[in-house]
Design a protein around this ligand. Structure first.
Ligand SMILES: [Zn+2]
Length: 262
């Protein structure tokens, strides 16, 4: 497909029609949509891990072995990612995606991002596959807590779940930690139902996220990709819209609205 010039306009038009005519639309997002909100990516040029080195692959095992040490480490001076997360605001793309949910087109959103921006923008149906950096989670019963709701007593670490007395950690899924099964179950359930998937800001290389667009294709659904660049997913996508998330999504949703009310 010609993805430049008029071809681009044509692809956008087709994508609008697809979003409207599909029976069950879901979306998946990744780091690319957060970069436009000022959150540095982990990998690649300027990435946090490129600059500071990748975190150890056994963070979760370390937590299990020494939860007190894990918490002492966390409560030290905030690092670059914590500061970026605290300052970031949803961008126009996040808001447009919420609008797509509110007008009844988007049924569910799977995000690989931990930055809380989709939730802050107002999504109701959301699976945060790698957790949410603003929340804490009990490893015993999976109950989640806001940081404000959990009293952290410095000389009595780690904090414990008020319900089951299990250890509490960040909700963020660490290296070495399994994705919480109830979150994964929601992702698979939604993906099985979807006949259209909008994939934005991710090359979907990391499993299990990588398997969701493939599943949609395998059962005959269509893929619409939104990204600045070609990605390994582009050859699989039925329509590839190239440009910033914060520009493409509002345009897409505006045109969906216009067609629905025409
Ligand atoms: Zn618990």
């Amino acid at each position: 497909m010609d993805k430049s010039g008029n071809g681009h306009v044509w692809a956008l038009d087709q994508a609008v029609d697809l979003l409207i005519s599909s029976r069950y639309v879901i979306a998946m997002t990744g780091a690319g949509v957060s970069v436009e909100s000022g959150i540095p990516p982990f990998r690649g040029p300027g990435g946090l891990w490129t600059k500071h080195g990748e975190p150890p692959m056994d963070v979760y095992q370390r937590f299990l072995a020494d939860p007190k040490g894990y918490w002492e480490e966390r409560l030290k001076a905030p690092n670059e990612i914590v500061q970026a997360l605290a300052q970031a605001q949803p961008n126009a793309g996040h808001s447009a995606m919420v609008e797509l949910e509110q007008i009844g087109i988007l049924r569910h959103l799977i995000t690989q991002n931990i930055d809380n921006l989709h939730r802050a923008a107002g999504h109701q149906k959301l699976a945060e596959i790698h957790g949410n950096a603003q929340l804490l989670r009990c490893i015993g019963c999976s109950q989640r807590f806001t940081k404000e709701a959990m009293v952290i007593v410095l000389d009595d670490l780690p904090p414990r779940c008020p319900t089951c007395h299990g250890f509490v950690k960040a909700d963020t899924v660490h290296f070495g930690e399994p994705i919480p099964p109830e979150v994964l179950e929601v992702c698979f359930r939604e993906t099985r139902q979807a006949d259209c998937m909008l994939v934005a800001g991710t090359s979907a290389l990391v499993y299990p996220a990588a398997s969701f667009p493939q599943m949609v294709k395998q059962h005959g659904g269509v893929l619409i990709e939104v990204n600045l660049y070609d990605t390994p997913l582009t050859p699989l996508a039925d329509y590839s819209l190239q440009g910033p998330f914060g520009e493409i999504l509002p345009t897409l949703v505006e045109q969906v609205r216009a067609k629905l009310t025409a």
